[in-house]
Design a protein around this ligand. Structure first.
Ligand code: GLA
Length: 352
């Protein structure tokens, strides 16, 4: 990760080109960049056919490469967090032979994309192929949010994604008086652990008990009626999802109308629901949110992403960004890292 305003001239691209030369003895002939994302609101709703409202970041991943002649693929990572070995080689998939996941773990997602991705220019198909790679090669039964925003992000916009119809709406987010602050708790979560699939199963169980294709189609009144049949835990999981889907639709409207106070209140409701009903927050994230909310000029703050660590996202007046970082760092029992970032464009080829 780096902070390239223009990924094409970023130090990250220069470093990747050097790494290519060192590993393969020749210059890279193609390069591409894909952004990371932060989700403003709509958590654990994507795999329930609900709404999500992420934005693409100016932080991302760069990939450079060159063709080989011998039918093999060799990939090298410079990530400091990858498991060894940092270089792997395997035959390119052919009709009748396919790749399979294994060790090192870092290469699995890349292999999965090689296996499933076919260049057809359709962004939805591209995102779905990458989701399939994550399901079948990285062992993570994720929703569609991350892949959608990474390929469809637009500068100065958040993206409202309807994860049932797969329709998207760009929502302007370029008001100079506004800032989005991402705070990394530097506590790690392992989403491929049992918690994420367990939540997903509980949601499916609730939807089935309500006779619905997904929780997107359920109302709080219907859920309340079924309360005794569901058991307390499944009931609370579903209550989060149904409430969060409604909050996200409302938040997108608030953002359209530049009603940041309303947006902020919905963020806080989202965090509380993730903490109490969905139980995917952790003390570190709760601390960061509580500290952010003490700062004048902060509209709202919440955990973002899968949970169990990772980051919070805070919407605030641009003029409050400096003191918010100071205050959060002072109050946080751990060491936080901050990113002030603007909505960026989606994945693209970079000229070399
Ligand atoms: C992870 C998944 C996403 C989404 C979030 C929770 O980031 O990859 O698909 O489910 O968790 O909102």
């Amino acid at each position: 990760m780096a902070e390239p305003l223009d990924p094409g001239s970023s130090p990250l691209l220069a470093a990747a080109r050097r790494a290519h030369e060192a590993a393969f003895g020749g210059a890279a002939v193609l390069a591409a960049w894909a952004p990371g994302r932060v989700n403003l609101i709509g958590e654990h709703t994507d795999y329930n056919g609900g709404f999500v409202l992420p934005m693409a970041l100016q932080l991302g991943t760069v990939l450079v490469g060159s063709p080989t002649q011998d039918g093999t693929i060799c990939i090298v990572t410079t990530s400091a967090e990858a498991d060894e070995p940092l270089r792997v080689q395997f035959p390119a998939p052919r009709p009748g032979s396919s790749l399979s996941p294994g060790l090192p773990r870092w290469a699995n997602y890349v292999k999965g994309v090689i296996q499933h991705y076919r260049d057809d220019g359709d962004l939805v198909a591209k995102a779905l192929a990458c989701q399939k790679a994550e399901h079948t090669f990285a062992g993570m039964p994720c929703g569609i949010m991350d892949q959608f925003i990474s390929v469809m992000g637009r500068e100065g916009h958040a993206l409202l994604i309807d994860c049932r119809s797969l329709e998207t709406v760009l929502v302007p987010l370029s008001d100079a008086s506004l800032a989005v602050l991402i705070t990394n708790s530097n506590v790690r979560h392992t989403l491929t652990g049992s918690e994420y699939p367990t939540r997903r199963r509980q949601c499916e169980q609730a939807a089935a008990a309500l006779g619905k294709a997904s929780l997107r189609d359920a109302t709080l009144a219907e859920l309340e009626e079924a309360r005794s049949r569901l058991g307390d835990e499944v009931f609370r999981r579903a209550r989060h999802v149904i409430g969060e889907i409604a909050r996200t639709a409302q938040a997108a409207q608030a953002l359209q109308h530049r009603d940041y106070s309303m947006f902020g209140r919905l963020m806080v409701e989202s965090h509380n629901s993730l903490r109490d009903d969905y139980e995917v927050s952790c003390p570190e994230l709760d601390e960061l949110v509580a500290a952010a909310l003490e700062v004048d000029g902060v509209y709202g703050s919440r955990m973002t992403g899968g949970g169990f660590g990772g980051c919070t996202v805070t919407l605030l007046e641009a003029g409050a960004a400096e003191r918010a970082q100071q205050h959060i760092q002072e109050k946080y029992s751990g060491t936080a890292t901050f990113y002030l970032t603007k909505p960026s464009g989606g994945a693209k080829a970079l000229p070399l």
